[in-house]
Design a protein around this ligand. Structure first.
Ligand code: 2P0
Length: 359
């Protein structure tokens, strides 16, 4: 297996100043990452659908400076709540991106999804920032585009684990699995062998509760360390990942549904059986799940759900059923959405550079 140390020697002059802008999507895990070890090493491998419409655009404007400094704005406004995570990110990536620390950097970021929607912006945010940084590095060093994405995924992981998967579409795998070539705990790899049905799969996100979560994902991950079911869970995730890869390739939607719904409920079962225990689902989450099951039984339409670490419900279904599912949402599910809000998304192709200029 190819090894990477992600340390590249500069071969060109450093620009005095410039701007790089990158776009990166959110992603939704089908086999969930829940549990980690220092530093940002997952305790089991995960696989996600990359999304398209929910994304972050991040620009870094950099200028040579005697001291490294950065400032951060979101939608044009200063936001201090993200600073601790960004500071931790910079200190973790320093040994892999020494060139960055000769600049002062202005980071400006914009999300296409509502700010407090309960959709994690850390995955799209850190992956967009990491890709912009590695784009600048590619300008002064010599490495391929493939290595650029691997390094961006590696750096993203140091900001937020799930961010490592946002670089690639339609699916990404992060974490070592003994039977998946190149799978790795340090960065995600693209997973391309999926049936066309899944390449255009829909994800309509019902915003059940837009409040701030009572328990952060970082705390939830750490509670897996002394969890009574952790070993069984890690084994199950490894097994599910292997199985899911086959289902995605063969378009076995029935088995896809039972595996991914079980993953979602297991994630929340882990939360409910942690010490201390907690619940992130709300009444609306459970009501929506019950309605989905009834709808599937009555219509035979392969509508299913998955959950993130929160109350929102991700409705998953083939594109050909879009109108029918939209009608069902309007007639039966919208009452469970806060302010009747939901977001229509679908499987996408990953992160990209929007512009760059150097002086
Ligand atoms: C996932 N989640 O696989 C799982 C499933 C939420 C539920 O990864 O501490 O924000 O920044 O590494 O990536 C959410 O946790 O946690 C998450 P950190 P992250 O998508």
């Amino acid at each position: 297996m190819k090894t990477h140390n992600f340390k590249y020697n500069p071969i060109n002059n450093f620009p005095k100043s410039g701007l790089v802008s990158a776009e990166s999507p959110s992603n939704i895990a089908l086999v969930k990452y829940w549990g980690k070890k220092p530093i940002q090493i997952p305790t089991n491998p995960s696989l996600s659908f990359t999304l398209k419409n929910c994304h972050t655009v991040t620009s870094i404007e950099f200028k040579k400076s005697n001291n490294f400094s950065f400032n951060f704005t979101i939608d044009g406004k200063k936001n201090t709540s993200f600073l601790p995570k960004i500071e931790a990110f910079f200190s973790r990536i320093k040994e892999f991106t020494p060139f960055l620390f000769q600049y002062s950097i202005a980071i400006s970021t914009k999300n296409t999804f509502p700010h407090s929607s309960g959709i994690a912006s850390s995955a799209s945010g850190f992956s967009a920032l990491a890709l912009a940084i590695v784009q600048l590095e590619q300008k002064i060093s010599d490495f391929s585009d493939e290595d650029k994405y691997l390094k961006a995924s590696f750096l993203s992981r140091l900001g937020s684990g799930s961010a490592s998967r946002s670089l690639y579409g339609p699916c990404a795998i992060w974490g070592h699995h003994k039977s998946i070539e190149f799978s790795n705990n340090e960065f995600a790899i693209p997973h391309l062998k999926i049936h066309p049905t899944f390449k255009s799969y829909q994800d309509t996100i019902l915003l059940i509760d837009k409040g701030v979560k009572k328990v952060s994902s970082t705390v939830g991950h750490n509670l897996m360390n002394n969890h009574p079911f952790s070993e069984q869970r890690y084994n199950q995730a490894n097994q599910n990942l292997k199985e899911l890869i086959t289902l995605l390739e063969t378009e076995d939607i029935e088995k896809f549904i039972s595996l991914t719904e079980s993953e979602a409920l297991t994630l929340h079962a882990m939360m409910m059986t942690s010490n201390p225990y907690f619940i992130l689902m709300k009444e609306g989450t459970v009501s929506v799940i019950e309605r989905i099951w009834e709808f599937r039984k009555e219509t035979n339409i392969p509508l299913s759900f998955t959950l993130d670490a929160g109350a929102n419900v991700h409705l998953l279904y083939p594109k050909s059923y879009k109108q029918t599912v939209m009608d069902f949402i309007q007639s039966e599910l919208i009452v469970f959405c806060e302010n009747q809000q939901y977001i229509c998304d679908e499987v996408g192709s990953g992160a990209k550079i929007l512009k760059e200029s150097y002086a």
